[in-house]
Design a protein around this ligand. Structure first.
Ligand SMILES: [Mn+2]
Length: 482
């Protein structure tokens, strides 16, 4: 049915409201308003392209590609359609697809200096990636980077004024001094950074892919979500909830790094506590503990700048040893992303995943790291364009079949730092407040007390940080599209 004149006018009103919401960084609201505009008039390419941009802001790159493609179908001469799709492909690391779209933009607007510049940057990036692929040795052939490092022979210069580790043992006094050093935006000596990372690697290597955590009666246990390089907010969590210790154990549920520009500080802090209290600091892999993400979203650049090239490879290796999921007191299943494209997955299937690899593009490991819950029943395509979305029935069935009570996952920014879905059977927890200095959200963590294991959610706001903006170390040309 064709839209009436009134419909067209109302659609325009929704678009204007959506644009305002977008400018106020209220991206979910903007998507809803653009959707209403589209419902009234689905043949306006601008609505689709704008909604694509809002999806990009929420990291829903799959939906962004879909919307931008629709805009292109409606108006093949509309350069913004290609532009938005190119930017979404870029964010997904699909550089070749992105390049094609930017070439199209350039074709439509041959005299636009901005389009020319972005196309050039994209060409450079694709070339760089081809070059890196050509010179990179297969993981198997290269062997372990960790095995090639002996930190004992690295000398600490007498003029080094930072904290020192005496011998083999990392102490709480050292860790506290390190936290203070990081606060002052100084780094620790590479020797000690190696020592922390290598010891962590040894500890992680001995852990299964699915880790059982036991909280004794009367004891408590804290689960945190994404930190994303927000070191000063991490310190705030410790101020609010206490430093990790044997009496105050933590699980950090992946996405420690990327985006925030204090990712090196975050990862060394978490790893140092892992070394100090192996039984009171648990770490799970997130989708950002991977080479492909770290290349795009800042961690690789930050590591190169603060610690040097060798650590880039070393962190990539350690990340491959991070466990994929945890079960607390046989009741609470904790994972970064979510559940699976197939029914009937048992905890034993997760335990037996051979995890030492970069996250694959499909299968159980991919889905654990990338999936999201959805309000509809059943399963649906992922808004991100990776893995899938799963409904309350999928959650319920998995819990029942594995004799569990609750799923805790992270991976999605939430206004209140958390969200309870699927009839109370699934909680999202996200611990990076005012994510990317932009989203205005709260952070949260969950405290469980045994034996009841009732989730007690604590929310908190962002604290100030030194003037280094998020993505400061990220790929230059990706930043142009943010
Ligand atoms: Mn994530």
């Amino acid at each position: 049915m064709d839209a009436t004149a009134t419909d067209l006018q109302r659609a325009e009103e929704f678009k204007l409201k959506a644009n305002d919401a977008f400018k106020a960084n209220k991206f979910s609201q903007a998507i809803e308003l653009y959707s209403q505009a589209i419902e009234l008039n689905s043949s306006n390419a601008v609505y689709w392209a704008n909604r694509a941009f809002a999806h990009t802001k929420l990291e829903e790159y799959g939906s962004a590609v879909q919307d931008a493609t629709k805009a292109i179908e409606i108006d093949p001469r509309y350069s913004k359609g290609y532009y938005r799709r190119g930017a979404a492909y870029l964010a997904m690391g699909k550089f070749k697809e992105a390049l094609k779209d930017f070439q199209q933009v350039k074709k439509i607007c041959p005299n636009d200096p901005d389009a020319t510049r972005k196309l050039k940057e994209c060409e450079k990036a694709v070339q760089k990636i081809r070059f890196e692929e050509a010179i990179s040795v297969g993981d198997a052939e290269r062997g372990s980077v960790a095995d090639s490092i002996d930190y004992h022979i690295i000398e600490v210069e007498p003029h080094y004024a930072g904290p020192r580790i005496d011998g083999e043992e990392i102490t709480i006094d050292f860790v506290k001094a390190m936290l203070d050093e990081f606060k002052k935006q100084k780094c620790i000596h590479k020797r000690y950074a190696y020592q922390i990372v290598l010891k962590t690697l040894d500890l992680l290597r001995s852990m299964p892919s699915l880790v059982d955590v036991n909280v004794p009666n009367g004891g408590h246990f804290t689960v945190c979500g994404d930190v994303h390089g927000q070191y000063f907010d991490l310190l705030n969590i410790f101020d609010l909830n206490g430093l990790p210790s044997e009496e105050n154990p933590y699980l950090f549920n992946g996405d420690f790094v990327d985006r925030g520009s204090f990712s090196v500080e975050v990862i060394l802090t978490l790893f140092a506590f892992k070394c100090l209290y192996p039984k009171a600091m648990y770490l799970a892999r997130g989708n950002h503990e991977s080479k492909s993400m770290n290349k795009i979203y800042g961690f690789e650049g930050e590591v190169r700048s603060k610690l040097g090239e060798k650590f880039v490879e070393l962190f990539a290796e350690v990340f491959c040893w991070l466990p994929l999921a945890h079960v607390i007191n046989n009741k609470v299943f904790v994972v970064h992303g979510g559940l699976f494209s197939v029914d009937g997955v048992k905890l034993s299937d997760i335990r037996s995943i051979d995890r030492f690899c970069e996250p694959p593009e499909e299968g159980l490991m991919c889905e654990l790291l990338w999936s999201d819950p959805q309000p509809q029943l059943g399963r649906g395509p992922s808004k991100r364009g990776v893995a899938l979305s799963f409904g309350a029935d999928v959650t319920k069935k998995f819990l029942q079949e594995n004799n569990l009570d609750l799923i805790v996952r992270s991976h999605e920014v939430k206004d209140e730092g958390h969200e309870i879905e699927h009839d109370g059977k699934l909680i999202t927890v996200f611990s990076a407040p005012n994510y990317c200095d932009q989203m205005g959200n709260k952070g949260a963590f969950i405290r469980f007390t045994a034996p009841e294991m009732k989730p007690d959610i604590v929310t908190f706001s962002a604290v100030p940080h030194p003037d280094v903006r998020p993505m400061a170390y990220a790929n230059n040309f990706l930043r142009m599209f943010q």
